[in-house]
Design a protein around this ligand. Structure first.
Ligand code: CU
Length: 367
């Protein structure tokens, strides 16, 4: 499979366009202005292999008279994306757990409920780089839904977008609640058309770090557009107290060539480089990590100057390894636990270094 992928990438435009990006001068410690230089402008990147070769050393020459973006020269002065316009801020999103609303069922069991709507929305994924996303509740990733093992869950899904969508949860549940088009239509589920709604209902099991995403075809497009989010089921006995945060590794194909130009954690490229994540020395940090990157076979998380315990899928309370890197295919996820004994800025990034150079990099600021 990897061979096929390499063959394909070696011969199609998207592989070339990414190599071309890197040929444009990507180096360790790349900054936002440089990222912008690397964002492919369709008219500049429609060529073939010869263009890719010609791109060697092209970095710095984008601001020419042929530049299709007249405001390009001023772009580097833009410091940040407009979080207010996006309607979400990756820093706040890290520790934003949506516990929904609860009430007791007869017999005393907890029913936990959420309302989630799908909405088409343009978002800014790097300064000046907008993307016509499809969102759950207006954000990418969607809200981090959190609950406890054994609860009854009800998720009212309202499709307010212009395309059919679903919510497909990873977990143990009835096929009718699986968000799979063609299954569950008789029960009112399956594919949810624009203007329609459906209540997904199932038990919270098993405990762990899970996720949800749309499952309408073409699946790659529906996921790449932004329809995914984290779904955490806490073990009945809980986990040790910690500074908890969610990192959804994602990426955006901004020029529609079935390859990504911007990589990130929680959507905005280089966000946690520009805004390091503040943590306290010696305090337990728990990262709920998932990979939702489309069009690339793997992603990874690497931590500098430290090691962490890795709980794959979070379904055991015992870690399987003590490491400084974890590799995930799409939809793989896990829990990482670490503490920082010394103050300072500790980098974390995708150790598919090409991704790091296109936005998937950040820092923990330990004080
Ligand atoms: Cu969809």
């Amino acid at each position: 499979m990897a061979t096929q992928n390499n063959d394909r990438r070696g011969n199609d435009r998207r592989g070339i366009s990414r190599r071309k990006l890197l040929a444009g001068g990507a180096i360790a410690g790349l900054s936002l202005p440089v990222l912008h230089e690397l964002i492919p402008h369709q008219s500049l990147h429609n060529g073939g292999a010869n263009d890719a070769l010609a791109a060697e050393g092209e970095h710095g020459s984008h601001g020419s008279a042929s530049d299709p973006h007249p405001d390009h020269a001023g772009f580097a002065s833009v410091a940040d994306v407009d979080h207010a316009a996006n309607g979400f801020d990756p820093t706040a999103m890290l520790r934003d757990f949506d516990w929904g609303k609860t009430r007791r069922l007869p017999g005393g069991r907890v029913l936990r409920e959420w309302e989630i709507f799908a909405e088409d929305k343009e978002i800014e994924v790097a300064p000046g780089v907008t993307y016509a996303a499809w969102t759950y509740n207006g954000r990418v990733p969607g809200p981090t839904l959190r609950c406890r093992e054994g609860e009854r869950l009800r998720i009212r899904f309202v499709n307010s977008s212009s395309h059919p969508h679903t919510m497909h949860f990873h977990g143990i549940h009835s096929a009718f609640m699986d968000g799979m088009p063609g299954i569950g239509e008789a029960a009112g589920g399956g594919q949810i058309e624009p203007g329609e709604s459906f209540d997904y209902e199932f038990d919270a099991e098993p405990f762990g770090m899970h996720l949800y995403h749309c499952h309408v075809a073409p699946l790659a497009a529906h996921i790449a557009k932004g329809l995914y989010g984290a779904f955490i089921i806490d073990p009945a006995g809980g986990r040790p107290e910690a500074d908890e945060m969610v990192m959804v590794m994602n990426a955006f194909d901004t020029n529609f060539d079935f390859g990504n130009e911007v990589y990130a954690v929680n959507t905005v490229g280089f966000h946690y480089q520009r805004h390091p994540i503040r943590v306290k020395r010696d305090e337990l940090v728990r990262v709920y990590l998932a990979n939702l990157v489309e069009y690339d076979p793997i992603n990874s998380f690497h931590l500098h100057g430290n090691f962490f315990h890795h709980f794959p899928t979070g379904t055991s309370l015992d870690p399987i390894e003590f490491t400084d890197i974890v590799v995930q295919g799409q939809a793989q996820r896990g829990i990482l636990e670490m503490s920082f004994p010394k103050p300072g800025n500790y980098m974390f990034h995708g150790h598919k270094t090409e991704f790091a150079e296109l936005g998937w990099t950040g820092f923990f600021e330990v004080s």
